[in-house]
Structures are given as structure tokens and as C-alpha cells.
Design a protein around this ligand. Sequence first.
Ligand SMILES: [Zn+2]
Ligand SMILES: [Zn+2]
Length: 286
Amino acid sequence: MFWTNYHNHSQYDDGKNTVEEHVTAAIDQHVKSIGFSGHCPVSFENHWCMKTEDLNQYFRDIDHAREKYGDRIQIYKSMEIDYIPGIISPGDLWIKNLHLDYVIGSVHFTGFYENGSPGEVDGTHTGFLHGLEHIYCGDIRQLVADFFRLNRQMVRETRPDIVGHLDKIKMQNRGLWDEDADWYRSEILATLEEIRSASATIEINTRGLYKKLVKEPYPGLWALKQIRDMGIPVHINSDAHTPREITSHFADTAELIYDLGFRALNVLIDGEWNLLKFNKNGLMRP
Ligand SMILES: [Zn+2]
Ligand SMILES: [Zn+2]
């Protein structure tokens, strides 16, 4: 039995460790296929993205790890790319020209402040509330709807291979909106429809669980049931920022979705995506 994880950050962005440290820890954690998805450089001041001048070294480190550990684990090159209209998109030509093995498209910002800087929804709760007040005049429903609208627009325009942490905005909820409300579920459903139409895939992201921010993975249980019914392929990813997070909460998440009726995970083996059977102990060999 083995695991895969296509969402890893390193010291080049807001991760803590080297590519090699992630790879050796992944081997110890029975991971057979891993991908690095550093936050793609952006043109504005930001504390979590890679720097443009570090990109070549980031890719060289991955090449080096492939040479050294390629007989024990498959290692893939990617980036987690923001979608901020007019600023950055997974469809940008310079990114396409990098010929990454796959691309994760993620929304971390919605709306703009008057000075033109994007409103962060993936940072501190205080920062989120600041944007809610100053960009959305306190209208939480508008902000949340914007988050999903941007996800849909990203999928429609750029078709990333993987849509990152689909409902991550819920980590900011803390009683601000009802996640069982019809309007909220309609936003999720419309986003899933867009993902299915684009033949993109969805990661089941465990970061909120081990960071103890939420009780369900991203996306949560209700969305997972819709994903199952719609037949959209899924991966279990940890969004690891340290080596010990690489397979964190994989067993319980695998058990959760197995009990929901999922029987296969989408896995990159020998450069091809394939659906492989799994259970709570991991993936099975084809
Ligand atoms: Zn992210
Ligand atoms: Zn990430």
C-alpha cells in the first residue's frame, strides 16, 4: 500500500524545508509519487509566494532529487497558481511555457482594495475581516459568492489539472454564514459543475484538519457526496509545508471517502494520470 501527494511547499515559498527533506520524509511515509507545488511568483508584495529569481533553483532541486531518489519515488514539478484577474492566472503564457507536469489552480484572494491590492481570504482571520469590511462593506454573502465565482472563472478560462482546496474559505467562517444554506450549496454545486465540464480534478486537502482549523477536509462532506455522484476524479493531498505533514490525516480521510463510496484516487504514475483503487491503508498497485 502506498500514498501520493501532489501538494507540497518548500523553503522557496512559505514551506520550511528543502525539496530533498520532503522527498526523504515522503519515502519514509510510503509515498510513491510526489509533486512540488510552490506558490507561483506574483507581481505584488507577498510573504508566501516564491520569488521569480528562485524559480530556476526550485526546478533544479526537483531535478536533483529525481536523479538521487528516482528509483524509490516518482517526483513531479508543479506550482500552485493563484487566479487574480488581471494579475495572475494558471493560463498565463509564461507559466504554460514552463511545461510543468501538472498545475494546481487555487483562489487565495477575492476583490481589491481601493489602492489596487487584492483582498486575502487565506491569511489571518483579522485580515479576512478587514477585507470583508473595506472591500465588501460587510456583505459576507457577496464575498463568499465572489470566491466561488472566481474558482468557476478560473476553471472555465484556464482548466487547471487540479482545483486546489475547493471550499477553503470555510476556515474563515466562525459563525459568519450558514454552510447548509441553499445559496452556499448552490455556489458549491455550480463550481463542481464547472469543474466537471472542464474535466479538471479536485484535491481532497487535509491541511485544515491537521492545522485544526476545520472538522472536515476541503471540500467538506456535503460537497464530497456531490463529487462522488458527479464522478469527478479526486486526489488526497496534504498541502504540506513541513515533511511531517506530508501524509497527515491521510488514513482517516481515505476511510471517510471510502465510506462515502469513493473507490479510486487519481494518481500520477510514469507521467500519466490514472485512477487506482484504495482503502484506508492507502492505494493498491494496479
Ligand atoms: Zn493554497
Ligand atoms: Zn498550498
